[in-house]
Design a protein around this ligand. Structure first.
Ligand SMILES: [Zn+2]
Length: 392
């Protein structure tokens, strides 16, 4: 297979020769109308997917087929790699869904190719209103090493990221053990003090989960966990740039404060995304309890409209938004949603280079308010969505 398009880095027309799941060769594509070509970029990598198109990972009735459906559904959004995200719940629920996801990775090639592991968000998070977000209060609890090992065993070692709050006694020691076991620790859903944030980073925490969200509605103007994480160069921040979770000025400040090199975009989408547009109303959500869809499309905790309950926009929406809100060029915005999260997971993350995996998207970027339109998705050298341009 041969693909062509304008390279996401510099806009120059290129061709890529795809062979045996990898980019075998690349060169300059000669054309008299380069602007007519689609853009070409690495497949998107989403570190936080709670569910998609009616399926939810923390749902008691999750099946292997359900995991496969979500994985294939994301092909149409240009996502070639992602972490199923399991949110705060009971041990019984966690054990069950983590086992199911691990079995899906082991037995289903469609899932295995797309899913390098699991993101466990909670249950060791703040019980306070705001930081807790939509996570069920009754299951929020302090960290417990034996329990975490039980969960990692249930997941057959697939937990790659643990989002937790460092506000509990003994949190730094716990983080050290988790990091030593090969799992990335991300700080989130927290009401920690600045000292506790610093101690967590000293212990090896590397990420901030959706910085600026999962937070109190009102904070001390200086001594707060958002500034502390923003100023901490050892932390890379994940952001939800869906247009609802953070106002444009905050996206701009967070990107400038962290620098684009320390930003990773995530979608945080739930089952509400991707299916038929959910109509405004209150729904019983498989893992989040009662969720209300507002007229503008936001999903909120029912009765608490200032607290969002997951997102409904796929990752490529964030790519366009971070360009518009923070003035980031296309190349940097794509990197925030592809090569940077890939490298964090220890996957190849050099972009469209010979020898690299043939995980590629082609897309249009219409001027004006139009979003990014995925035209084709190629996963491990196979077209899994759309019609690739340049096929010969
Ligand atoms: Zn969250």
């Amino acid at each position: 297979m041969r693909l062509a398009g304008r390279h996401y880095h510099d806009g120059k027309p290129v061709w890529l020769e795809i062979d045996d799941g990898r980019i075998a060769d690349a060169g300059t594509f000669r054309t008299s109308a380069p602007d007519a070509l689609p853009w070409i970029a690495p497949g998107l990598v989403d570190l936080q997917v709670n569910g998609f198109a009616g399926g939810e990972f923390t749902d008691a009735s999750l099946t292997i087929e359900g995991v496969q459906r979500i994985s294939l559904g994301l092909d149409g959004e240009g996502v070639t790699t992602y972490l199923p995200t399991v949110v705060t719940h009971s041990m019984t629920r966690h054990t069950r869904v983590l086992r199911t996801i691990a079995e899906a990775i082991e037995t289903c090639p469609d899932v295995c190719r797309r899913v390098p592991g699991v993101h466990l968000e909670g249950p060791y998070i703040s019980a306070e209103e705001g930081p807790r977000g939509a996570h069920p209060l009754e299951y929020c609890r302090p960290p417990d090493w034996d329990e975490f090992q039980w969960l990692q065993d249930a997941a057959r070692g697939t937990i790659r990221i643990l989002t937790m709050s460092p506000e509990f006694p003994g949190a730094a020691d716990f983080i050290r053990r988790v990091v030593d076991s090969g799992v990335l620790v991300s700080l989130g859903h927290t009401s920690a003090t600045c000292d506790q944030i610093r101690a967590a980073v000293d212990a090896g925490a590397q990420l901030s989960t959706h910085l600026g969200n999962g937070a109190h509605a009102y904070l001390h103007r200086h001594a707060n966990y958002i500034w502390q994480q923003l100023a901490e160069d050892r932390l890379t921040a994940t952001l939800i740039a869906d247009g609802h979770h953070l106002p444009p000025s905050v996206v701009q400040c967070l990107v400038r404060g962290k620098t684009p090199e320390r930003i990773i975009l995530i979608s945080d989408i739930t089952s509400i995304a991707g299916g038929e547009a959910a109509r405004p109303g209150v729904y019983q959500h498989a893992s989040l309890g009662h969720v209300e869809i507002l007229a503008d499309g936001r999903a909120v905790v029912a009765g608490q409209r200032e607290f969002l309950a997951g997102a409904t926009q796929p990752l490529h929406v964030g790519v366009v938004n971070v360009m518009r809100m923070a003035g980031v060029p296309l190349a940097a915005a794509i990197e925030m949603a592809s090569t940077r999260p890939a490298r964090l997971l220890g996957l190849p993350g050099d972009g469209l280079v010979p020898g690299g995996p043939a995980d590629v998207i082609q897309f249009k970027l219409p001027p004006g308010d139009g979003g990014l339109q995925i035209l084709a998705t190629v996963k491990a050298g196979q077209c899994v969505y759309g019609s690739p341009w340049g096929d010969a």
